[in-house]
Design a protein around this ligand. Structure first.
Ligand SMILES: NC(=O)c1ccc[n+]([C@@H]2O[C@H](COP(=O)([O-])OP(=O)(O)OC[C@H]3O[C@@H](n4cnc5c(N)ncnc54)[C@H](OP(=O)(O)O)[C@@H]3O)[C@@H](O)[C@H]2O)c1
Length: 274
């Protein structure tokens, strides 16, 4: 039986990923900051030497996109130094490394879906730190998978779907940004894609996000339609809601048919969350 050590196991993705790995026959070691602080190379080293995993799936990250603009050092420490530590220790112990990355490594200037080997050019601190993490993985490891995902939602974390549903309880009118286009992705869909990549694909870079594309406005509209919520929704432009971090206008990724259409996954998520 293959042993997988998961970082960030208490996060939104980690909590859905671990039981899915177990169900498909992996022995899973769940770690988070309390058991293995990735910014401490000694902690990483002793954990890997103790558990001797075949694979590490690295989900831990500093994920506050706007927060990273004013807390660059923390974002850098977790996303870059933390990933570097894992990459070095995995390479030393001949352990495969799966690194979860983001569509925010791209600048959004393309008008068709990004391919895995398109040139990254992040617009914000979070994207830059995640890209530096990718580079560390490529520098130290030979046995690696970089899996980029986007617009993630799941039952175990703060996310756009839950925010929209809770806003609908108190507001009858909402304005949502319509000039950022991307691919919403359910954590369970991503977890299944990671499993498939691990079991069937060669080492390299992959995109695992919902198929198709939409704007945040289109995403919100679909959520309300599927939930039967009556909200007067108006599209608006990004400039109307200035945020600390700049976002790509178009971060659609070609997923090589790894995941189902985003609307289908959303329907399943909404059905299961009740
Ligand atoms: N969420 C999205 O929309 C999105 C989009 C694209 C890509 N991604 C990527 O997908 C992955 C999973 O994201 P997610 O949304 O599941 O993240 P999340 O919910 O924020 O979970 C991240 C986990 O990492 C832990 N962590 C933070 N610092 C750590 C440290 N020094 N050592 C060990 N663990 C630490 C966090 O603990 P605390 O909570 O205690 O800090 C948390 O449990 C990340 O790599 C992220 O960059 C996410």
């Amino acid at each position: 039986m293959k042993k997988v050590l998961v970082t960030g196991a208490k996060g939104m993705l980690g909590k859905d990923l671990c039981p899915i790995l177990e169900d498909s026959g992996y022995e899973v070691v769940e770690t988070d900051i309390d058991t293995m602080d990735i910014t401490d190379i000694f902690s990483v080293n002793s954990s890997i030497e103790k558990h001797k995993p075949d694979v590490v799936i690295h989900c831990a990250a500093y994920t506050n996109v706007d927060g990273a603009e004013s807390d660059k050092d923390t974002a850098e420490k977790i996303n870059v130094t933390g990933t570097e530590n894992l990459a070095k220790i995995c390479a030393k112990n001949d352990v495969e490394l799966v690194y979860i990355s983001t569509d925010y490594v791209f600048d959004g200037n393309k008008s068709e879906a990004y391919l895995p080997y398109d040139e990254p050019n992040p617009l914000n601190v979070y994207g830059l730190t995640k890209l530096k993490g990718e580079q560390a993985v490529q520098k130290y490891c030979e046995k690696y998978y970089i899996v980029r995902t986007s617009w993630l939602y799941g039952i175990h974390g703060k996310n756009f779907v839950e925010t929209m549903i809770s806003l609908a309880q108190t507001k009858k009118e909402l304005k949502v940004v319509d000039d950022q286009i991307g691919c919403p992705t359910w954590t369970v869909e991503l977890a299944n894609a990671i499993l498939k990549i691990l079991d069937e694909y060669e080492y390299g870079i992959y995109h695992a996000c919902g198929s198709g594309k939409t704007s945040w406005y289109g995403f919100a509209k679909k959520i309300f339609e599927l939930e039967g919520l009556e909200v007067n929704l108006t599209p608006c432009i990004t400039d109307e809601f200035p945020r600390p971090a700049k976002r790509p206008k178009y971060s659609v990724m070609d997923n090589g048919k790894l995941c189902r259409r985003w609307e289908t996954a959303l329907k399943d998520y909404l059905m299961l969350r009740v």
